[in-house]
Design a protein around this ligand. Structure first.
Ligand code: PAF
Length: 327
């Protein structure tokens, strides 16, 4: 009898010890916010972040997904990160420059030649130095991710030349760097938080919007928009951020693991974007969208370049030139 009791106790202790080693006692739940569905490039980033942290910390941190803007628009999420009511997020730079003004340099239209160019800059000295600007504004940026190049969609007509875009009422992000370029093109730019966009499109209060293929596919914008033009007018970086109230409470070893998880999240977004860039346009065509592929991008770029002196004032010509000259 005594022997049996001893065996049972020993067994229970072993079970508890093994549970402790795989999921650590002090499990901490982190609220992670993002604007799109769980099966989007944002969800891919959040999943990769979750997996990496689970593996590296023996399950100490659990990620709670708040997809589809469940915690509000990106501006509200950024404020939540600063206040510590949101723990982590995957964000576009749409609203970021209102908090970290220098980061707006990456939002300049027709700055990057292609995805490889953008990735080279963000992974290099310029991009890595920019991540260091975030803590000065109450945010900890772990790594860059991406959405792809933004394209124009609308419900009025096909857009091939800048003249076709003139007068269209287009929702933009709350981003002054984008706004300047759209105004120069004669577009009636209407800044609006993302959670309001689908209703505005349905009600016809705006003619269109602009976002990368990854977003257009994920948000099924083909249901509200007839025309898509491959303007590729601006690269859309994304960034994986944690709240300082979480980050500052971590040990140095855990901080390194969060950075590692952020990098894996960024890479997962890039892999997702690489795939959607191959198949997304066909998916949208199959869903009935009329896609203009032979957009006169040089003509769009020529008009936007007229406002570059404003960008030089804001971000310095030297910085913009060194981004452009990165090979
Ligand atoms: O257009 C935007 O606001 C952003 O690209 C989105 C869709 C919220 C993703 O971050």
């Amino acid at each position: 009898m005594k022997k049996n009791w001893f065996k049972k106790t020993l067994f229970s202790c072993a079970v508890i010890a093994s549970m402790a080693s795989t999921s650590a006692f002090a499990e901490q739940s982190l609220k992670m916010a993002y604007a799109l569905a769980k099966d989007s490039h944002y969800g891919a980033a959040a999943n990769a972040f979750e997996k990496s942290l689970a593996e590296s910390t023996n399950g100490k941190f659990k990620i709670e997904h708040f997809a589809n803007s469940a915690l509000g628009g990106e501006r509200e999420v950024i404020e939540g990160l600063q206040l510590g009511t949101v723990d982590a997020a995957v964000l576009s730079t749409g609203a970021i420059l209102n908090f970290v003004p220098q980061a707006g340099v990456f939002d300049i239209p027709f700055l990057f030649r292609d995805l490889a160019h953008a990735r080279k800059v963000l992974d290099g000295q310029i991009g890595q130095d920019m991540l260091k600007e975030f803590p000065k504004r109450g945010l900890v940026a772990l790594a860059w991710g991406e959405q792809g190049f933004r394209h124009l969609t609308n419900n009025k007509h096909a857009v091939k030349e800048p003249a076709d875009a003139k007068g269209l009422k287009i929702r933009t992000t709350e981003n002054p760097v984008h706004l300047l370029a759209f105004k120069q093109l004669g577009i009636l730019a209407t800044p609006m938080a993302w959670p309001e966009v689908q209703t505005a499109l349905q009600q016809g209060t705006i003619d269109g919007q602009e976002n990368p293929t990854s977003v257009i596919v994920s948000a099924k914008l083909n249901q509200q928009q007839k025309f898509m033009s491959l303007t590729g007018h601006v690269y859309a970086p994304a960034v994986i951020i944690v709240s300082p109230s979480v980050y500052d409470s971590l040990s140095d070893d855990e901080k390194a693991k969060f950075v590692e998880a952020g990098k894996k999240a960024g890479q997962a977004m890039r892999d997702f974007v690489d795939n959607v860039e191959k198949s997304g346009v066909q998916t949208l065509k199959d869903a009935g969208m009329q896609v203009t592929e032979d957009v006169d991008r040089d003509a769009f770029a020529k008009i936007v370049k007229e406002v570059y002196p404003e960008y030089y004032k804001q971000f310095s010509k030297e910085l913009i030139d060194s981004i452009e000259n990165t090979k």
